[in-house]
Ligand binder design. Structure first.
Ligand code: 5AD
Ligand code: SF4
Length: 466
């Protein structure tokens, strides 16, 4: 019998890469690859890379330097290690990677993941292989589903890609180039994937896409469906207690999506809605296609529909031409919306994007100062939000055993970790918890909460039989 080969996959960047890495592992499982979390044991190393900022891309090359040594050590012991680079750096830089990193055997872009077994064979045969095409066939038709056992090992919460690519062309962003034009998956395929996950014990599904609320997949009736329609449909899948979606663009928040936040108790009252800047001048230079007021109106409409809504966002500080006054407007917006989380970054010029050639590049020291100030305010707002959770009652989806005996840990609707003393049978179920205490980023509470949860999810309590 042949020894199962070991696969090590490392994901950089966004949730889409995390999802893609899992689908690659699922596709390689029938080929005899078992996943390992020790890179030294691996026969195949895949780096699933991110190209969004220069730092993210550079990390890959330093990791490849280390892997070169690892590969040489293995070779001296008579073991062959294959090294593959996937993801957006692979798509953007292609053959350049083979030139810069001699340890690499295979380079392939996000639209070629389903060809992985055949590409590995090609690299084996020809020495090295590269595939950064946008093929005509749909990779999702070929990627393998995880086994029920693999789903269980990954926990009660799962991602499902519903849409890829972006047509927005923000002037700083590489995504429209690396991931290509917007493509939505057909509704029935998404429903089948969600059903498979729920049958294996998943209770929370996050629909993901680079521009998820621009979803326009083909529905069961042959018509093009919106994200709102898709959410109502996924909510009907037995066992799905919670729904989320990310990442959204403010211009694609339609009235029907807002209505889902009002009507669908499964949809969690938290939304990640990137704004990037609070200054109209900078928003225009970014080609965001909305003003500060447009954004605030979207927030208002969502809060009117669902008063429990809480928002997180993405910010870029130091976009070319950003003045102190522009930055103050961003800070004011952060305070006005009371964001309690963010992915925030210093602007990083990306070759080939319009902003990289704009005048008024901001010095790094100024960007660092602004970033620190922005993150400090958001941290402070998060701490205040957590502190204000004490005395509230939340429905908590329990995920795993805690560090202390008899303790279990779950998440509130706002993704806060919640620790309680309780039976492990509650893992995979939703239970009501009175929040009694907060430490750092965690909440602590008592099971069988007696308060009224906001928003009210009574019909889902302990529904989730595995
Ligand atoms: N520099 C800094 N941050 C960027 N992002 C995208 N491109 C850049 C860039 N060139 C950020 C945006 C986006 C998130 C995914 O990454 O905030 O929403
Ligand atoms: Fe990039 Fe803008 Fe598209 Fe987001 S909406 S992926 S920031 S181009």
């Amino acid at each position: 019998m042949t020894r199962p080969r070991k696969l090590f996959v490392k994901s950089y960047g966004c949730q889409m890469n995390v999802y893609d890495s899992r689908r690659m592992a699922d596709t390689l499982a029938p080929e005899g690859f078992a996943e390992t979390d020790r890179i030294e044991d691996a026969d195949l190393v895949i780096l699933n890379t991110c190209h969004i900022r220069e730092k993210a891309a550079e990390k890959v090359y330093s990791e490849l330097g280390r892997i070169r040594q690892l590969k040489a050590d293995a070779a001296s012991g008579g073991r062959k290690v294959t090294v593959a680079v996937a993801g957006c750096v692979a798509q953007a830089e292609g053959a350049e990677i083979l030139r810069r990193a001699p340890a690499v055997d295979l380079v392939f872009g996000p639209q070629s993941y389903h060809r992985l077994p055949e590409l590995l064979a090609k690299a084996d045969r020809d020495g090295r292989a590269i595939d950064t095409d946008f093929p005509v066939e749909d990779k999702f038709d070929f990627l393998k589903q995880p086994t029920k056992q693999a789903v269980r090992a990954r926990g009660v919460s799962a991602f499902v890609t519903v849409q890829e690519g972006c047509d927005k062309f923000c002037t700083f962003c590489v995504v429209p180039y690396t991931r290509g034009a917007e493509v939505s998956r057909p509704v029935e395929k998404i429903v089948a994937e969600a059903t498979h996950l729920a049958e294996a014990g998943v209770r929370e599904i996050t629909l993901i896409g680079q521009n998820v609320n621009a979803f326009h997949g083909e529905g069961s009736d042959g018509a093009s469906w919106t994200l709102a329609q898709l959410l109502y449909r996924i909510a009907e899948v037995p066992g799905v207690a919670r729904l989320r979606y990310t990442t959204s663009h403010p211009c694609d928040v339609g009235d029907d999506l807002i209505a889902v936040h009002r009507d669908l108790p499964q949809l969690m009252p938290q939304l990640h809605l990137p704004v990037q800047s609070g200054s109209d001048r900078i928003l225009a230079a970014m080609n965001r296609r909305h003003t500060r007021d447009d954004y605030l109106r979207v927030i208002d409409r969502l809060r009117t529909a669902q008063p429990a809504m809480v928002f997180t966002s993405d910010f870029i500080v130091g976009f070319p031409g950003e003045t102190e006054d522009d930055f103050r407007q961003t800070m004011q917006l952060v305070a006005d919306v009371e964001f309690n989380g963010s992915y925030s970054f210093k602007y990083s010029p990306r070759p080939g994007t319009p902003a990289a050639d704009m005048d008024g590049q901001v010095p790094d020291a100024v960007m660092s100062e602004r970033l620190q100030e922005l993150q400090a305010l958001i941290e402070q707002q998060l701490a205040a939000f957590n502190a204000a959770s004490v005395g509230r009652t939340f429905d908590v989806l329990f995920e795993k055993a805690g560090r202390h005996p008899g303790q279990i840990v779950g998440r509130s609707p706002y993704l806060q970790p919640v620790h309680v003393t309780g039976a492990s049978e509650l893992i995979g179920k939703v239970a009501r918890v009175d929040i009694t205490d907060v430490t750092a980023y965690s909440l602590h509470g008592l099971l069988n909460g007696t308060g009224r949860a906001e928003p009210d999810h009574t019909r889902f309590l302990a529904t989730a039989e595995a």
